[in-house]
Design a protein around this ligand. Structure first.
Ligand code: HEM
Length: 526
């Protein structure tokens, strides 16, 4: 018997009646069916078997990175301009065009390396992924809190993640594996400088910046393109933690960032971020000492000012964590008309990876889930697959016609809304790094821009973790720091020498931890 709660009359079964997934009322949720009240259970216990076997399947694969996250719903309000020009000069993306135009969105913040219940105080970049439900379909801006990344070529991503995740034998995170990878991949040094500073532990999700990190293109109605980078600036201000402050929070609360976001929204203190962009003409820019497609580099603000294009407000908590936050699927390939890819090699690799992993983690029909489905009509000829629960038909479409082209009432191609951007591309097919690597210059600038306490934290955190690595790895890291900035290099070298002397004197005193001071034996995230 199936029950429609709206049809229940007074005196009949209550609206909150417990049923199984077939809609059958559950009359006894305390006892399984047995032969006598002590007896063996019987196999026709449908209600019990349905309940327990669903429970057995409650977990799905967690994200291979960014497993721990918190999410919220909100809106984006466009400003309609870019500096003192109409934004249409640069992009025809509809969500940006009119001042005051509102687009609903969903955000998921995350940590990167550890599993789904790991502490939110770990030293790690933070994910900042936004899904805009635009009138042209979804646009996902999948970014981080920091504005650059460790590597510039997607080929290296699985190695990087393996080095940062726990050791495959001991299942312990190991700073030596982290620094082994980083010291042998010098492009990581700029990001390591940020992550080991207080910027590697944002105080919470509301008080951190966001960035698209990779370089994208904007396309206007004439098909002309510019290169663009996106940044989110929190109206709440920016706050980062020292290692000591983070450790103190972690001692009593490993959910503090989720809690902070949830509670702020519950009390009506809605967090806001302004979206700003940097643009550059769509060229190689040989006058710069870095490549605009290199995501290990900042675009200097004085040459490429941050220009506001709109504001995001988060104003609604999820109704169910699993349905919304866990099953949300963001991808860098999810763009709308007027927004385009660039040749940034990381962006191109990412574009394959996200949807690929989501088909594995949430199934072939993950885009039919309400959190991922666009809030506009979807009409495809895709059919079947695990967990398909509806067919995406257009009104009046002949349901027999699941192919195109056809004159029998099937779906038709849309007209191109503006001139297509058709860059001319020529070159030999090669496996080569870009020319302007310049791995350490910006790391030095970043170091010099830090306040004194941020430099002190950076060095103490680096020395603490690096002192437990092989000497050859330490020497490589010192060489990178020296190349970046003389003070940075000197302080790292001296600090590691001091740690090594202290370590050997502790060994002489018979310290069982070898060269690990007890307080340094605390596992740290990256
Ligand atoms: C999540 C791959 C670089 C930000 C993920 C996931 C994969 C992945 C497979 C899991 C997605 C899921 O299960 O839904 C890659 C690859 C990269 C790369 C192959 C480099 C080639 C980056 C960079 C950023 C970034 C540079 C920052 C801009 C994120 C975020 C998430 C994520 C924020 C979590 C999205 C969410 O909340 O669901 N990445 N990633 N990734 N990645 Fe990357």
């Amino acid at each position: 018997m199936s029950i429609d709660p709206s049809n229940v009359q007074e005196g009949q079964q209550p609206n909150n009646m417990l049923t199984n997934r077939q809609g059958h009322p559950i009359t006894n949720n305390q006892n399984i069916r047995t032969v006598g009240n002590r007896g063996p259970a019987t196999l026709e216990n449908y209600d019990f078997i349905e309940k327990i076997s669903h429970f057995d399947r409650e977990r799905v694969p967690e994200r291979v990175v960014h497993a721990r996250g918190a999410g919220a719903h909100g809106i984006f309000e466009a400003y309609g301009t870019l500096g003192d020009e109409p934004i249409s000069k640069y992009t025809r993306a509809k969500l940006f065009q009119e001042k005051g135009k509102i687009t609903p969105l969903f955000v998921r913040f995350s940590t990167v390396i550890h599993g789904t219940h790991s502490p939110e105080t770990l030293r790690d970049p933070r994910g900042f992924a936004v899904k805009f439900y635009t009138e042209d379909g979804n646009w996902d801006l999948v970014g981080n809190n920091l504005k650059i990344f460790f590597i510039r070529d997607a080929m290296k991503f699985p190695d990087m993640v393996h080095a940062f995740k726990p050791d495959p034998i001991t299942n312990l995170q190991d700073g030596e594996r982290f620094f082994d990878f980083c010291s042998n991949s010098p492009e990581t040094f700029h990001m390591v400088t940020f992550v080991y500073s207080p910027w590697g532990i944002p105080a919470n999700y509301r008080m951190m910046q966001g960035s698209g990190v990779n370089t994208y293109r904007w396309v206007n109605s004439e098909g002309q393109a510019v290169l663009v980078k996106y940044h989110w600036e929190p109206k709440q201000g920016i706050k980062n933690l020292t290692q000591k402050e983070a450790s103190e929070i972690q001692a009593t609360n490993f959910n503090h960032a989720t809690q902070d976001l949830y509670q702020a929204i519950e009390r009506g203190d809605y967090p806001e971020w302004e979206l700003l962009v940097q643009i550059m003409s769509d060229e190689e820019h040989l006058e710069l000492d870095f490549d605009p497609l290199d995501d290990t580099k900042l675009w200097p603000n004085d040459q490429f000012p941050w220009l506001p294009v709109g504001k995001m407000t988060l104003n609604r908590n999820p109704e169910d964590y699993f349905t919304e936050v866990e099953q949300a699927a963001f991808g860098v390939g999810v763009l709308v008309d007027g927004l385009d890819f660039s040749d940034d090699k990381m962006l191109q690799g990412r574009t394959f990876s996200y949807s690929d992993t989501q088909r594995h983690r949430a199934g072939a029909n993950y885009l039919q889930l309400p959190i991922n489905a666009p809030k506009k009509q979807v009409a495809t000829n895709q059919r079947g697959g695990l967990m398909q629960y509806k067919v995406d038909l257009a009104p009046g479409q002949n349901p027999h016609i699941n192919y195109e082209p056809s004159i029998l009432g099937g779906l038709q191609e849309d007209k191109q809304p503006g001139k297509e951007h058709t860059p001319y591309i020529q070159g030999n097919l090669v496996r080569q790094s870009i020319d302007r690597n310049n791995n350490t210059k910006q790391a030095g600038e970043t170091f010099r821009n830090f306040e004194a306490w941020e430099k002190d934290e950076l060095l103490s955190n680096l020395i603490g973790d690096l002192s437990r690595s092989d000497r050859r790895i330490q020497d490589k890291m010192i060489a990178l720091a020296e190349e970046a900035d003389a003070e940075y290099g000197r302080r790292l070298r001296e600090g590691l020498e001091r740690a090594s002397n202290e370590g050997s004197s502790q060994k002489n005193l018979g310290n069982k931890n070898g060269d690990k001071a007890p307080e340094q034996a605390v596992e740290k995230g990256h």
